[in-house]
Structure formats: structure tokens, C-alpha cells
Design a protein around this ligand. Sequence first.
Ligand code: NAD
Length: 376
Amino acid sequence: MQLSCVKENGAGETRVALVPADVKKLAQLGFAVSIEQGAGAAAGFADSEYAAAGATISGDRAALLRAARVLWQVQPLTVGEVALLPKGALTVSFLDPFRRRELIQQFSVSGVSAVSLEMVPRSTLAQKMDALSSQNNLAGYAAVVCAAEKLDRVFPMMMTPAGTLTAAKVLIVGVGVAGLQAIATAKRLGARVTAFDTRPVVEEQVRSLGAKFLKIELGETGQTAQGYAKELTAEQIALQQQGMAKACADSDVVITTAQVFGRPAPRIINAAMLAGMRAGSLVLDLAVTTGGNVEGADAEREVVTSSGARIIGCANFATRVPHHASQMFSSNLLAFITHFWDKEAKRVKLDADDEIMRGCLLVRDGEVAHQALKKN
Ligand code: NAD
């Protein structure tokens, strides 16, 4: 059974889906592992390390795809490349399924199976397969490091013979996986951190990290059974904006991570709130690729507002720490494959009765298998 991994071709993608340490474990399961030449280079993994671990290195991308029974990627292949996969192959990657319908169609045409890592359920059992969490965690870290580097002042309070420097004030909006890591990282750097989320359960977690929770009365908010935020009404968003305007004006750094699963990201920071921020302050939008929390945020370039605040669109920030991001991603995929590996039959079980598989298998042997995609 050949498992292939090819070089990522997405713009700015530095990660690789498979790291050398996991090649041996795949071989023990019974896979013959093949990887495209240079696939791990941008993440600091040399071809020689893959070869030493037992992988075959190939410069022929098309041949790797044609021979793949299982394909591991971070980002999905192009439609043209999916067409090269043999019937019955299984692809495991991020897929952005609600916005990439053409890919779903090609999976069907090619008769292949496709797992979307975004759809792995948030259950305790599936935690080790949760690539969205592992990558968002690192994105939260990378956003704070970026802010610390770009800010015109230091993060920690410093008492020096030349005077006392006050600690930077950091506001985190959205306290999921990325937000929690952003709070922890900013605290480690000595900033004064305040955070806000619409899910009331988060308040305790924010406090336990030593940060302050910003209280805004929004009425009923709650969360879904999966632990995701519910979408706010327009009135609630307006209340949130009123409640956050002063906190934004008072902050040196605002980092937004607010998402609502399957929906565009809520627009929270508007032009009026930005106008109230001081020159040199920073706003980092980690939701920029799903619609953006911040008015005017751009994934491609930094934007300076009329007040002199700077907006940074943080697209795919886990790619800033590609070595560790790849290590975690590969470990998530290994946990997934190991969990569903049928030792006797030597194949991956696409078991419709399994809760995890039912949650993330979009297409089975060319047939659309996921309820959410069947409905649309
Ligand atoms: P996410 O990426 O969907 O959203 C990020 C955060 O934005 C969430 O905390 C959400 O409540 C918040 N948000 C949404 N609208 C907002 C608004 N208008 N203003 C402010 N904040 C807003 O979330 P996530 O990182 O995927 O995590 C969601 C939850 O699931 C968290 O509680 C997380 O700890 C939990 N989780 C559980 C598991 C598991 O049990 N296996 C795995 C991962 C995450």
C-alpha cells in the first residue's frame, strides 16, 4: 500500500504533511512511503532524513500521485492533480470543503475518497487527530511573536536606572485554541492581557491564564454541542463593538481570532474603533482568510489606518514556524491513520458507523458521504 506525500504548492506554504520521524511508524503499519524530492526543505527536513527513515524519494510528482493509495497533504491538491489519483485512493488534508466545491466534484469524478481535517470532531478521542487545533495553537503563538517584533515598545514592564517602562496592553478577541495560546504567549512576554469571547465558559480559562476577562452584556450567546460559538445577531455585534471600543483604544496590540464554524468570520473591529486607536498600535487579524474580524484587513499587506494604527492580516500563521507545525500536523495524520488501520486487511477502514469518520469523510469512493455536503 503506497502512501505518497508531495510538495505543497499553495502560495506561502512552508509546511510538509509528513515528517521523517513518522515514516518508520507508517512502515510498521505496512505502508511503502514515497515523498517528493524537497517536500520537507522549507520546514527544515532534508531528503536524506526521509531516505534514512526508509522513504523513497522521487522527483516525479505525477508518478507519485498516480501510484498513491493514500495521499497526505496539508493543503488540497489542485483539481488537475486530483484527476491523476487512481480510483479508490484516499486523500487526507485540509480541504476548506464549503468553499471548494470544484474539488468535491473532482473527487467524485475520480472515484476517490477524501477526508477533510477541518471536520474532525472536537471529541476527546479525536483530540490527537485535530490538525485545526494544532495549527491554530501555533498561529496564536506566531501572532504574538509578530506583534512583539513590530510594536514600537516592549511587552514587559521594565524598571531600569533610565526609568520605568510600562507593560504593553494586549487585547485578545476570541478565546478558542489560537486565542488561548495568544494569551499564554503574551503573558509569558510580560504584557498586560485582556480577552473577550462570546462563550461564557471561556471566562474561567482566561482568568486561569492570569489575564483579565472583558465583560460585555450581549444577552443569550451560548455555544453549540461541538463547543463552537453561535453566530451573533446584528444587534449583538453592535453591542459588542460598543463594549470593545474603549478597550481597543486603550490597547497597544489587539489580536482577533473570532470564528463561527461554517460561517464567514464576524466583523468586529470597525473603522470607528480603529480611528480611536493610537498611532503605532497594532491590530492582527487571524481570521482574515475566512472574511476577517477587522475592517480593511488584507492578507497580502499591512494596512495603516488614518490614525496611524497598523492592521496585519495573519493568513496561515502556523507557516511561520513550519518545523514544529509540520511535526504536529504529521502526528495528527499518523494518529488518524493508525486509528482507522485494519491490520488484517491492510487498509484504512472508511467506517460510516464511526463518529470521527462520519464527521470528516466527505467523499467515499466517489460518492458524497457527508450530510452537510449532501444538503447543499
Ligand atoms: P474557533 O476557531 O471556531 O473560534 C475562535 C473563537 O472565537 C471561539 O472561542 C469562539 O467562541 C470565538 N468567537 C466567535 N464569535 C465571536 C465574537 N463575535 N466575538 C468574540 N469571540 C468570538 O474556535 P476553536 O479554536 O476551534 O475552539 C472552539 C472551542 O472548542 C474551544 O472551547 C476549544 O477549547 C474547543 N476545542 C475542543 C477540542 C476537543 O475537545 N477535542 C478541540 C479543539 C477545540
